[in-house]
Every structure is written in structure tokens, then in C-alpha cells.
Design a protein around this ligand. Structure first.
Ligand code: GLY
Length: 589
């Protein structure tokens, strides 16, 4: 079932005539020269946020309890991968909307001894999945890819964490699973984020008896201050602790998942579970302004699209344009537009689709895209064709960053896809199944509910991994050691957020707190809108962008453009920042 992707038929046709004089940085009284960044007065987060500092190592996540678990592993002598494993298991308990055992993700590592690797533990379509399985009676895809048993891909998280430990772990496996078992068994105090997340998805969760019993005890959303326990999840974790990968994909847990699938007419089987393997992939590597960048290859689109955007912008002297001036935004928006056109049309699971990675990573290819950028003008997306396609992924992912004291780093992004995934808790397990099947193109070549057309490269097939945007990324410093560990939550905005953190640090000398707090932008080719966070651009800047031809679309500054827990090592000091858009934390030693 290998298919050749039609990159050779790619053509870029640009309707905008010629290049006009570059815009000046006028129109904003709050953007400033590199090194002295000021945010608009309307922006809710501080520009002087320096983050948390430490001498040796750091963990930054979206959930303080999980951060503390990871930082404790570092303090006890564990390496970055050990800390990442313990943190990921803890997130499965304390952040059930996104942390998971029933989902999947990606890990990028740079070990203290210089070894680098990228691990794919993305979910796979079950063995009897079909290309048109979500097409309903009216001939169009319905929401069975979002809620309910058919939405779930075969989970990859436990296999990924096991595989990471087999290759890079230095502490005993059981020691890394133990904090999650204790959290699930003994419980923890619910905060307003935890309660709010359940409230937001309570109607979906109420639909499934085991989900309602777990998340809506006594028929109500837990209150901040309540104690939360998940003893059945603790039992699943105990089997994982005792038997590793096999403790999840075979035996009691696999039987319970398969039995529930049979009962509710899902299609995932014990055979699908037993066959699941995480895969080591060659990391995407490229250079950005002299720094080596290591990121995630397909089936995540993250690393390749990040490289495309970065390479497109290489032709410009980014620092010469003040941060968030209309001129800088114009260039960035056009690079995103073109990068996503390629991403949406050509990328998919590399085990099923031939992806011309070397060509896409070449400067020559990026130049062929960026030469049509007409400064001072928005290029209509309709005039850029790269095999067709667009993206409409869910946003409820979680990313965390780890740096150890031995020169090692781990960037891990994991998800159930939408908040609480498919909303299906498997009875007897306390674990949620993902709704990752929705990241496939359910109707290739036809507009989905958002009016978007997704590409054939990402069509459903048995055993295939769905395309992702997760972008766990490590940037090396001049000494060849990890300088920046970053990545994000937020569907397709993950990629553009990751670029902005990288550029904020490297191009504009921001500290990590400022880089993460800074207002963000996003363009994904289709819809043809430049997303910005409300309050993040001045009226004068917005007017300039409108004059260039941009349709600007305000988004909530509390997370519509994602969260990006990140770590920066600068001048021998480690700085960590969780994202102020969520109540996470950074903790070092
Ligand atoms: N489910 C979101 C992503 O994989 O990018």
C-alpha cells in the first residue's frame, strides 16, 4: 500500500504581481528593537517574565504535580529520558484531558553523550479500518471519528515510554511508574483547571456510563478542593510497572479494552493491541541561524513544516525588522502559508506514503516557495496549490520539556487528540481512549465541516498512523549541547508556536519567560486567515496588515494558539517557563 506522493507535480502559482517596497515598522508604538521587547498595553501577560532558573536541570509542563514528579527524578540522578517517562505517566493521571495511557505522541531526545533520536508512538488505525468508515448516509463524514468507540486509534503511549526506557533509561522502570501509581491510588486535590476541563466536556463524558462514573461522580463535575482518585487506572499502571509494554498490550488490560470494543461496536481488537510497536525514526535536522535544530519527522508534520518555515525566512534579515512589526509579520505569515500548503497536501505516514524528505528540507526547495513572497502584500491562498489539503486538528494536546544536568534533553508531546479523546473510558481500567482517527482525512478530496479539503496522503488505511502536527524540538547551542527545549500544545498551531519560541529566543534575544508569554500568530494556508491573539497586536499593526490584504482573525489569548512549556540554557544557567495561558509550572534543581 505504498503510494508515491506527487511532490513533483507541485506548482506554486502566485497571483500577486511583483514585489513592492517593504513596509516600515510604523503603526505600532509598542514594538521595539531586538533585546528590548515590549508587548502592547492590551496584552495580559508580562514582557519581563524571566521564568524559573536553576543551575543543573529543569522540567516544564502544563501541570505542576507532573512537573514535580519529573524534577524529583532529575534530583535523584535520573537523566532527561527517565524524567520524561515519569512525567508522562504522571500526566496520564493528573491531566486526563490530554495526558494519557490511551493515546499517543512523539519524543525527541539529545542525550548527554551526544546520541540523538526521535521516537514515534503515534496511534495506528485498527486492522479493519477503512478509507470511508466515517462516511454517513448523506455521503459525508460524521462525528464518529470524534466521539465514541470508532474514534480510537490503537494507543501508542505505553509502548513509546517503554521503548524510550529500553534505549535510554538509567533508572529502574518501576521507579518511574511509581509516582503515577501513587497519584492514581492516593489521589490529589482537584484545582479549578481540572474541574473546568471536565465541565467543558461533561456532556460528552455523560454519554458513556464508565466515563460518567469516573468523571462525574454522584452526577456532578468535581469541585476545586475535592480529592480525585482513579484506582482502576492505578491497577492498569501496576500491570505496566510489573510487565512493561506487555502489561498493557497483552493480558488483563488488553482484554478489557477489546471486550469493551466488542460490546459497543468498536473495531479495535486484542490482535491490534498486541501488534502495536513504537518506532524510532530519523529526526528532522536543520540549521537555523547557525544553530542545529532537531525535531520530529513524519508521521508528524511538525519538524518538516518547522524547517520549511525557517528555511523560507532564511532569505530575510529577520532581526532588521522589529519584532511584530507589520513587515516581520508579513514575511512570517507568508512563510507559514506556503509551509502549510506543502504540509497539508503532501505529508502522511511514511510507512504508507513516499515523502521526499531530503528535497523538502533543502534550502533550494524553500527558496522555490519563498521567492513568490511579495513584501507588503498578502498572497491569496487560493493561488498556492500543493496537491490540495488543509488541516482541522483538535487542540487538546500537552507538551513538556526536560533538560538534565548531564547535557541531555527530552521534548515530549502527547495527546488523546480532543479533550478527553473519544470520551470513552474503558470499564474496569479508568483509562480514556483517544479520538485520534479524526486526524486522518475522513473525506479526502472533499471539504469537511470547516470547508477544508484534506489530502489523499493522509487517507485512512489499516495499520496507518494519522498525520500529526506535534513538534517536540531541541535546539543546540554553540557548544553542541541543548540550548532550547520546546514544542507546544494546540493542533496545527503547535508548529507555528514552536517556530515563534525559537525565533523569539534566537532572533530577538528574548529570555524564555518572555518568549513563551509573547503574543503569537498563526496561518495554515486554509482558511485564508491570519490568526492573532486578541490584545496581542495594536490597532495600527492590524490596520497595516489589513491594508496588505490580510483577513485577520482574533483568537482567545488563553490558549487558542496553544501552550508551550519550554526550557532555555543561557550563560550556564537553566531557565524554564510554563505557559501563562495555562496554570503549569517549571521546576529545576
Ligand atoms: N492531535 C493533534 C496532533 O496530532 O497534531
Amino acid at each position: 500500500m505504498r503510494r508515491t506522493t506527487a511532490w513533483m507535480f507541485m506548482f506554486v502559482c502566485v497571483a500577486v504581481a511583483g514585489c513592492s517596497k517593504p513596509e516600515s515598522g510604523h503603526g505600532s508604538t509598542t514594538t521595539t528593537a531586538p533585546g528590548a521587547i515590549a508587548f502592547p498595553d492590551s496584552w495580559p501577560y508580562p514582557s519581563a517574565d524571566t521564568g524559573v532558573t536553576a543551575a543543573h536541570g529543569m522540567v516544564a509542563t502544563d501541570a505542576p504535580i507532573a512537573t514535580h514528579v519529573g524534577a524529583t527524578v532529575l534530583r535523584n540522578g535520573g537523566n532527561a529520558v527517565d524524567a520524561a517517562i515519569a512525567t508522562a505517566f504522571a500526566l496520564a493521571v493528573v491531566l486526563p484531558a490530554a495526558g494519557n495511557l490511551g493515546g499517543g505522541g512523539f519524543l525527541v531526545v539529545h542525550m548527554g553523550d551526544g546520541r540523538e533520536a526521535a521516537l514515534d508512538f503515534r496511534e495506528r488505525a485498527p486492522g479493519t479500518a477503512t478509507r470511508d468508515m466515517y462516511i454517513g448516509a448523506n455521503g459525508h463524514a460524521d462525528d464518529r471519528s470524534i466521539t465514541g468507540p470508532l474514534a480510537a486509534g490503537v494507543p501508542g503511549s505505553v509502548a513509546g515510554l517503554w521503548e524510550a526506557h529500553e534505549r535510554f533509561g538509567s533508572r529502574p522502570w518501576a521507579e518511574l511508574v511509581a509516582p503515577a501509581i501513587a497519584l492514581a491510588e492516593q489521589g490529589f486535590v482537584v484545582d479549578s483547571d481540572f474541574a473546568g476541563a471536565i465541565r467543558g466536556d461533561s456532556a460528552r463524558l455523560a454519554h458513556f456510563p464508565a466515563s460518567a462514573a469516573l468523571f462525574l461522580p454522584h452526577g456532578r463535575v468535581p469541585l476545586a478542593g475535592d480529592r480525585w482518585r482513579d484506582p482502576e487506572l492505578a491497577a492498569v499502571l501496576r500491570r505496566i510497572s510489573a510487565s512493561g509494554q506487555k502489561g498493557f498490550y497483552t493480558g488483563r488490560t488488553a482484554e478489557l479494552i477489546a471486550a469493551e470494543m466488542r460490546r459497543v461496536h468498536g473495531i479495535m481488537t486484542e490482535k491490534d493491541l498486541a501488534a502495536y510497536q513504537a518506532k524510532w525514526r530519523d529526526p528532522i535536522e536543520f540549521t537555523y541561524r547557525g544553530h542545529k535544530v532537531i525535531s520530529m519527522p513524519p508521521p508528524s508534520s511538525g519538524g518538516l513544516t518547522l524547517a520549511l518555515v525557517a528555511h523560507e525566512l532564511a532569505r530575510f534579515d529577520v532581526r532588521a525588522a522589529p519584532w511584530h512589526s507589520p513587515r516581520e509579520i508579513n514575511r512570517f505569515a507568508e512563510a507559514m502559508r506556503r509551509g502549510f500548503a506543502v504540509r497539508n497536501g503532501l505529508l502522511g505516514d511514511p510507512d504508507f506514503v513516499t515523502i521526499p524528505t531530503a528535497r523538502l528540507l533543502s534550502q533550494q526547495y524553500a527558496d522555490s516557495l519563498s521567492k513568490s513572497i511579495a513584501e507588503g502584500h498578502a498572497t491569496p491562498s487560493a493561488s498556492i496549490h500543493v496537491g490540495g489539503g488543509a488541516t482541522a486538528e483538535k487542540q487538546q494536546t500537552t507538551h513538556f520539556s526536560v533538560m538534565d544536568g548531564q547535557g541531555g534533553a527530552a521534548a515530549l508531546t502527547t495527546t488523546l487528540n480532543g479533550g478527553f479523546g473519544s470520551a470513552v473510558v474503558v470499564p474496569g481500567t479508568g483509562l480514556l481512549l483517544n479520538d485520534e482517527m479524526d486526524d486522518f482525512a475522513a473525506e479526502p478530496g472533499r471539504p469537511n465541516m470547516f470547508g477544508l479539503v484534506q489530502g489523499e496522503a493522509n487517507a485512512i488505511a489499516p495499520g496507518k498512523r494519522m498525520l500529526s502536527s506535534m513538534t517536540p524540538t531541541i535546539v543546540l547551542g554553540d557548544d553542541g549541547k541543548p540550548m532550547l527545549v520546546t514544542g507546544a500544545q494546540g493542533g496545527p498551531t503547535i508548529i507555528t508556536t514552536t517556530y515563534q519560541i525559537m525565533s523569539n529566543v534566537i532572533d530577538y534575544d528574548m529570555n524564555i519567560g518572555t518568549a513563551v508569554s509573547a503574543p503569537r500568530l498563526h496561518h495554515q494556508h486554509l482558511p485564508d486567515s491570519l490568526y492573532y491573539e486578541r490584545g496581542g497586536l495594536t490597532k495600527a499593526t492590524l490596520d497595516s496588515l489589513t491594508a496588505m490584504g490580510y483577513a485577520t482573525s482574533p483568537q482567545s489569548p488563553t490558549g487558542d494558539l496553544g501552550y508551550a512549556a519550554s526550557i532555555l540554557r543561557r550563560n550556564g544557567v537553566v531557565h524554564g517557563a510554563s505557559d501563562p495561558r495555562v496554570h503549569g509550572s517549571a521546576e529545576g534543581y
